[in-house]
Every structure is written in structure tokens, then in C-alpha cells.
Write a protein that binds this ligand. Sequence first.
Ligand SMILES: C[S@@+](CC[C@H](N)C(=O)[O-])C[C@H]1O[C@@H](n2cnc3c(N)ncnc32)[C@H](O)[C@@H]1O
Length: 242
Amino acid sequence: MDNVLDLRPRSRTSVGDAEAWTAHWSDDHQQSVSQRFFSVYRKAVFARSVSWFVNRYFPEQGVFLEAGSGTSETSMRIDTRAGARTLIALDLIPGVLAKCHPIMDVRISGDIFKLPLRQASVDGIWNVGVMEHFTAPQIDAILREFQRVLRPGGRLILLWPGTDSIPQRILRVAEILINLRPRQERFRFHPSEISQLHSVAEGRGILTRHGFEMVGADPGPRSLMAFKILVGAKPVARSSNG
Ligand SMILES: C[S@@+](CC[C@H](N)C(=O)[O-])C[C@H]1O[C@@H](n2cnc3c(N)ncnc32)[C@H](O)[C@@H]1O
């Protein structure tokens, strides 16, 4: 696929999630009225939240990774500081990267559990609506991988849906109504969100357990009550000379 580096590990043990995400990002599915509406909403609302947090918490220059980027539409308003910030989009599904927003400098098809990046090689990592799709042990593995590739002092910004997310609740009610009509397969707008956050405090606990220092958080208002937003920093090792 043009402009997409395929760096997925050869030995993936499970392809179940890849199948669900490939179907989700297929042209047919993305042409539906609901998915087109989500695309507009991502660009109009969530892109502003991402831009605000990136501008506030990421350094002025460096290499930054969107881990689980999808189309990267929510990154389209990031100020790249005239190219001083290099943006990498990484997703498991090569097809969605081919449609990725042009603000992203590099597109890599790779696995969030085994990032094709060297230790301490990136200045910031962010994602939007990704963490909640994984189990707690998987989230632990992902955060260990983020710790590995972040340089000391590097920042992590997670937009993670909460159990009290108003847009998500509206979608769940819509799914129930749609599924009242008999159909072959249960309708859902996207693969299940199995690990929504109960609170910012829960998110703080998860990040600090993985060695991040909390440097910022938002319980909902900055994403119109869709996400808990967490900002962590990988600590800079203290010199033994004191
Ligand atoms: C809910 S979507 C969010 C996409 C994008 N951030 C957005 O807001 O539209 C979750 C994304 O995670 C990607 N993903 C799932 N498992 C992954 C993995 N193991 N490695 C990398 N990306 C993965 C999916 O392909 C999908 O694009």
C-alpha cells in the first residue's frame, strides 16, 4: 500500500481483533450514515481536544506517535510548529492508514503491543478511543511498551472513554433500539469497549503503577463529556551524583 510501512510482527497469536477492525474500517462500513457522522464529529470536536492537549503538554519539537491512529482525523488540528513536530500514525490495519489524514508525516502498520520503534526514541505518544478496547492485562502490556519507546521526560496523552461518557451512552441506547429489529448479527457502531474508565482517579492509578508521573487530567469537559483525558510523563532518571 502506497506510503504505508508494513512493520507488523509476523508472529501474532490472535487475529480476532484485526478481523473486527478490518471490517470496521472497510469502505462499505465507513460509507454508512453513522460512520460518516462520526467522522465529522471527530474532526469538529475531538480534534480540538487533541490539539489543546498536544499544544499544552508536548514539547515544541520532536517525534510523536499516535498509537492506534485509525484515520488520524482527530490529529488534524495539531500545530506541527512548521514541521518541527514529526507525527507518526501507527495502526494495526494497513487499509485505514492509506486513508490517513495528510497531517501525519509517517504511516506505519504495526502492533501497539510490539512497537517497531527503538527504546527511548519518541518524545510523545497519544491516542484517542483505543485503550478501552483492551483487557486490563493487555493495557498493562501496552503501557509497558509506551514506557519502553518514550524517552525520559516524554509525555503520554490518553483520551479514554469513561463509564459516564454521555456520547457513548447515547450510542449504546441507539444500538439497543436498532437491535430490537431481528437481524442476523447484533448491530454495534464499533468493536466493544470493554475497559472504560470509572474515573480520572482510576486512570491516575493505572499510569502511576506503570511509572508515569501525572502531569494533567480532564474528567470530561474538554471533550464534551466523551473522554477522561490523562497526561503522564516518563520520569527523567535522577543522577546518582545527587
Ligand atoms: C476506536 S479506534 C480509534 C481510532 C482513532 N484513534 C479514532 O479516534 O478514530 C481503535 C483503533 O485501534 C486500532 N488497533 C486495534 N488493535 C491494535 C493493535 N494491536 N495495534 C495497533 N492498533 C490497533 C484499530 O485498528 C483502530 O483503528
